[in-house]
Write a protein that binds this ligand. Structure first.
Ligand code: ZN
Length: 289
């Protein structure tokens, strides 16, 4: 009986904290992560890969052009501003929209929608794959036109239309793995992109969100900011540095309500709140008994 009383008390504390957080939610600055904007789907035999020890559905990384447009319309209607990612990125009523991998569908669908709503975004490009017209490693068994990456001309056009271009390495390796030339992947990719767009490239995205101390040191020497692929371990702002900016993934199954909850920071709050973690553990333990 006592345990249920304690559980209710914990739940109440979390709810009060959530209400407090919602009222002051303007302190949360969402950095949204997209990969692809397309209605295309993969065949089952090339749809799933193993990533970080987990089965990853590549189609979950695709947001349909219609859903993307609805999401952008919401941001516009609610008066959110979109900016280039910079060191001091925590700003009121601001959303950062970012894309990893540089698929051509970013140009074909996302770019148009962003222009239509007067919004801007950051596109993280794997420079050598773009320059050579190659496919992403995860599409090595699915080289259809639908999986093409942006061309250098498209990247230039997007940059000229005030979209921010960032580096996502040369070839998209896991930077923490042995045998990877991290100097080239981090520094040469910056130079190659700068040559394409004729502007300085100041932002970086770690492929797969993977980094270690050596990678962090190199990135911080050559870029102003860098983004990861996860929400990190905590919702506390002070745990984040300009080189480990956490992002909220927008996936194919997100409804507009879920998108709003992510923009407001509610999903991050729920996933990372230490008391909710504790509550889940206690409930699991009770169910096992
Ligand atoms: Zn990537």
């Amino acid at each position: 009986m006592l345990i249920y009383g304690l559980l209710s008390l914990l739940g109440l504390v979390v709810i009060i904290h959530l209400i407090w957080f919602m009222i002051f939610k303007r302190t949360f600055t969402p950095v949204l992560m997209y990969h692809r904007v397309t209605g295309d789907t993969k065949k089952d035999d090339v749809r799933f890969i193993i990533h970080k020890g987990k089965r990853l559905d590549l189609d979950s990384m695709k947001v349909s052009p219609t859903n993307f447009d609805v999401q952008m319309a919401y941001l516009k209607k609610k008066g959110y501003q979109t900016l280039d990612l910079k060191k001091d990125f925590h700003k009121p009523k601001t959303v950062y929209i970012t894309f990893d991998d540089g698929y051509e569908d970013n140009y074909l669908f996302a770019f148009n929608s962003l222009k239509k709503h007067g919004l801007k975004a950051t596109f993280f490009i794997t420079s050598e794959l773009a320059i050579k017209g190659l496919f992403m490693p995860i599409d090595s068994n699915d080289k259809r036109v639908e999986n093409r990456l942006l061309t250098t001309n498209q990247i230039r056009e997007m940059s000229e239309a005030k979209m921010q271009i960032g580096s996502h390495t040369l070839t998209h390796p896991w930077l923490t793995h042995e045998g990877v030339n991290i100097e080239d992947e981090i520094i040469k990719s910056k130079r190659e992109l700068e040559e394409i767009i004729g502007k300085e490239v100041t932002t970086f995205a770690y492929p797969g969100g993977l980094y270690n101390d050596k990678v962090l040191e190199l990135v911080s020497k050559h870029y102003d900011v860098a983004v990861t692929t996860s929400l990190g371990e905590s919702f506390r702002k002070k745990d984040e540095t300009p080189y480990t900016i956490e992002r909220e993934t927008i996936s194919s199954t997100d409804s507009l309500l879920m998108f709003k909850l992510k923009v407001w920071g509610v999903m991050k709050f729920i996933r990372k709140h230490p008391l909710i973690g504790l509550l889940k553990k206690v409930i699991k333990w009770l169910l096992r008994k």
